[in-house]
Ligand binder design. Structure first.
Ligand code: HEC
Ligand code: HEC
Length: 453
């Protein structure tokens, strides 16, 4: 066959060239940033495993964690429930009853040798504010035990451990067969995305809080002779006080006695539960300090989800389990006494943490709403970001309402929420106008919780 170009094919080639040139004149979509790539992997990548993604447990709709109430809304086919739907994972992969009732996930931090007895049941922590809660003078600390990541313990390495633990198709856990391991590029992107979530820096306390109860709670929290919370959660974050724990103390681990709590919910069921030994193999009983600004809307609390309310989590520090623990004893040595709090003081500290959380939710709602305006690539992306902003406003209202805090502001929040909901359903020009209205209203709401300095 003659392969020389005909008149017609030359004409076609010229046309195609012109089309390509025209297309090039249109503004090309901006290249995917590392954070966007990380988000795509975190939300969608199954690593050729059992169908789970990172998002299966770290849900943006549930503050990048997962609670029993949220699990109850999921369909039976959700990949979270692989132990119920995949016979190869029916035993020693999850405990479905404890997952559904208490959002507990089965993990094998001390190795996969003896699956029937050597496991831990842990709550799913949020992945927010990691920028402020990983670095420590003792090396990076990730997960409840502080050693969740294989190798160097870093946030970057964490994803590899998560895939091996949670993504396997069978308990043999053979890389390349039961899942594939993340590539270096994927680890870089996942790390960048996770570092981008939530707060990027710690607060500077005290804040001029409007609620007298929250303000008193803040004073007790910061008082190293009363609440003593700031010793380990400086500025309601995850880092320890260098005056007590040495220079650059950072994100430390402690044995605060949570494992010694009587009547832990999971144990009341009669299901097999093992003692969790925390950091190291074998563990030293220590758990990693989480940040508290994010706490109010990310219960249940502590590594084993042993209490469901923030008030109970604060009340823990008044109890025997804490005061008899190695950390309780340490505090006694450093400050002369343990922690002794009455009901009004427990409620005040919780009120303080609720207000901090509401303020953080307003900040995040503002951030997401701004990004929705900038997200011109697709309308769906804007809708998604506004959906997340709505959830932040809902959380702000819920954490305050639950403790009867700032009732007037909660009522106003409902109005702002309505505008945001309308924006989410509206089209481009109208949407931007409504979102700008919401953005204009947020500083006023913030001002009702904390006075301008
Ligand atoms: C089946 C549920 C599940 C899946 C799927 C899952 N995680 Fe987790 N994640 C957990 C649990 C439970 C912990 C607590 C682990 C520990 O204590 O060591 C955790 C802890 C973490 C932490 C530590 C947070 C902190 O505050 O230190 C990070 C980071 C994390 N996961 C990232 C990931 C990434 C990345 C993926 C996907 C590759 C993923 N997770 C998939 C359940 C899950
Ligand atoms: C000696 C260090 C230390 C002191 C003092 C301390 N904490 Fe903690 N806190 C921790 C550690 C470690 C954890 C994680 C324990 C676990 O899960 O086993 C924790 C967990 C928490 C949690 C649960 C957070 C979550 O996301 O599940 C709350 C709430 C909390 N602390 C509040 C307080 C308050 C309020 C005070 C003061 C009354 C206080 N802490 C004093 C070290 C400390």
């Amino acid at each position: 066959m003659d392969r020389r170009p005909t008149q017609a094919s030359l004409h076609f080639a010229a046309l195609a060239g012109a089309t390509i040139a025209l297309a090039a004149c249109r503004v090309p979509p901006p290249p995917e940033t590392l954070v966007e790539k990380g988000e795509r992997i975190f939300f969608n990548e199954t690593f050729a495993g059992n169908g789970r993604t990172c998002r299966t447990c770290h849900r943006p709709e549930d503050n990048f964690g997962l609670s029993p109430n949220f699990i109850a809304t999921l369909p039976p086919a959700d990949a979270l429930f692989v132990a119920e739907t995949n016979p190869a994972l029916a035993k020693n992969f999850e405990n479905p009853r404890l997952m559904r009732e208490f959002a507990l996930i089965l993990e094998n931090q001390d190795g996969f040798d003896d699956l029937a007895t050597n496991f831990n049941l842990r709550g799913i922590p949020h992945t927010l504010a990691l920028r402020t809660s990983v670095a420590s003078s003792a090396g990076p600390r990730t997960g409840w035990g502080g050693d969740g990541a294989p190798g160097d313990g870093s946030l970057r390495a964490f994803a590899t451990g998560a895939v091996i633990q949670h993504f396997a198709k069978t308990l043999a856990r053979v890389p390349g067969v039961d899942f594939r391991l993340p590539t270096n590029d994927e680890l870089d992107a996942l790390e960048a995305f996770q570092f981008s979530l939530g707060r990027q820096q710690d607060l500077a306390l005290p804040l001029p809080l409007v609620s007298p109860v929250a303000a008193r709670g803040q004073a007790i929290f910061l008082d190293n002779t009363l609440g003593k919370c700031n010793a380990c959660h400086v500025n309601a974050g995850a880092n320890a006080d260098p005056r007590i724990f040495g220079p650059n103390a950072g994100n430390r681990s402690f044995n605060t006695g949570v494992e010694a709590l009587p009547d832990q919910p999971a144990r009341l069921t009669g299901e097999p539960v093992s003692d969790d030994d925390g950091f190291g193999i074998p563990g030293n009983g220590e758990f990693n300090t989480p940040p508290l600004v994010e706490a109010a809307d990310t219960g249940p609390f502590f590594h084993n989800n042993s209490v469901a309310t923030l008030e109970a989590a604060v009340g823990f520090y008044d109890g025997e389990a804490f005061n008899n623990s190695p950390a309780g004893q340490l505090l006694k040595t450093a400050t002369g006494s343990g922690i002794e709090l009455d009901a009004t003081q427990i409620a005040a500290i919780a009120a303080f943490l609720r207000v901090l959380n509401a303020l953080e939710n307003l900040r995040e709602a503002d951030n997401l709403a701004m990004r929705s305006i900038a997200a011109t690539a697709t309308a769906a992306r804007g809708t998604e970001l506004l959906g997340r902003a709505l959830e932040e406003l809902d959380d702000a209202a819920t954490v305050l309402r639950t403790a009867e805090l700032h009732p007037q502001s909660v009522a106003k929040l409902a109005g702002v929420r309505l505008t945001l909901e309308r924006a989410r359903k509206a089209h481009s020009g109208e949407r931007t106008r409504l979102v700008r209205g919401v953005l204009a209203a947020l500083p006023g709401l913030r001002g009702e919780l904390v006075r301008a300095n």
